[in-house]
Structures are given as C-alpha cells and as structure tokens.
Design a binder for this molecule. Structure first.
Ligand SMILES: Cc1cc2nc3c(=O)[nH]c(=O)nc-3n(C[C@H](O)[C@H](O)[C@H](O)COP(=O)(O)O)c2cc1C
Length: 168
C-alpha cells in the first residue's frame, strides 16, 4: 500500500476478533517504529510486544481507556528513556507503527500512556527500568467490524499559507 493511502485509510479500531497477529508482522511493525525520526538521533525507544492473552487482559484492565486491548491479537507498548524529547520521539515511533499496520491490513488503536495515572502500573507490570516511560499502548489485530472514519477538519480550515490567518 502506498504511504498516502495508508495515511488516508488509518482509523482507530476498538473492537477485535480474537485472531492472533503473526510474529513476522509484529516484527515489521516494531521495525517501522524504530525507523522514526528522533531528536539528536538518540532513538530513546524500547518496544514490548505482548501476545499472551492473560497479559493482554491485564493491560486492558489497567489501562481504563483501552479496555479493548484485552481482545486484541497483540499490544505493542512503546517506551522511551526520559530524554528531553522523549514524548515527541515515542509519538513519532507510535505513528509509524499505526501506518505500517494499516499497510499490512491490520487494525490498531493508539491508547494513551505518558500522561495517564496508570502509566507507572504498566511500567511495573512489564518490568521496565525506573527511567523508562510509557508513551503509548498500541492495540493491534483483526478488526471485528468496519469502523467509520472520523470526519477530519478540512484542509481549507487548517491550512494557512505563509502566515496564520485568525478567525477574526
Ligand atoms: C495521544 C493519543 C492518545 C490516545 N489515547 C486513546 C485512548 O486512551 N483510548 C482510545 O480509545 N483512543 C485513544 N486515542 C485515539 C483517538 O481517540 C483517535 O485517534 C481519535 O478519536 C481520532 O480518530 P481516528 O484515530 O480514527 O482518526 C489516542 C490518540 C492519541 C493521538
């Protein structure tokens, strides 16, 4: 799939069939994440791929805005060492994974990490060191039903040529 098609097709999916995701696909996703740009090329990221149902269920229980992780085929937890730009770097890696998954025909949803009160519990559960922060939990799998895309703000509304034009 072309990159622009993947960008257009990506949608957050929050219900999954219980089908597993192949190891090769999961490796491709992490490979796409690690190729993201990072400030000063530090690449502060680490990726924990969870495929076992009991652990997926626990993640879904702890992450209250991501209960559907319990049903997903896999979850990729994106972590970053606490560098100056860790959140931007980890977010770039997360978006790469979402787009790569779309290109592979897999469904995903980005579940918040860094700013959530549950982040320390997930970090502890997955055994990451103290200076490593949760950026996102990515539910990955085969979608259970066709998901309607959000109607994005129009290009006309968000594009400002040369200078910001205010709304009066
Ligand atoms: C930083 C960030 C955190 C998000 N956290 C959650 C979350 O915790 N739970 C959830 O269901 N969706 C979460 N989302 C997905 C957004 O709700 C979704 O992207 C938005 O509704 C637009 O829909 P779309 O992704 O289908 O275009 C998050 C997205 C971002 C970028």
């Amino acid at each position: 799939m072309e990159t622009l098609d993947a960008i257009e097709k990506r949608v957050s999916v929050r219900s999954f069939q219980p089908a597993p995701v192949g190891k090769e696909d999961l490796e491709k996703l992490v490979d796409s994440g690690r190729r993201a740009p990072s400030a000063r090329a530090i690449e502060p990221w680490e990726f924990v791929v969870v495929t076992e149902r009991p652990m997926l269920s626990k993640l879904g229980q702890i992450a209250d805005t991501g209960g559907f992780i319990a049903e997903a085929g896999a979850c990729i937890a994106v972590f970053c060492k606490a560098t100056k730009y860790y959140l931007e770097d980890g977010s770039a890696a997360t978006e790469n994974i979402l787009l790569a998954a779309t290109a592979l025909g897999l469904s995903t949803c980005w579940v918040a990490g860094d700013k959530k009160p549950y982040a320390p519990e997930i970090e502890k559960l997955l055994g990451v060191p103290a200076d490593v922060k949760l950026i996102s939990l990515i539910a990955v799998g085969v979608g259970a039903k066709k998901t309607k895309q959000v109607k994005n703000r129009s290009l006309k509304e968000v594009l400002h040529w040369e200078k910001y034009r205010g709304k009066g």
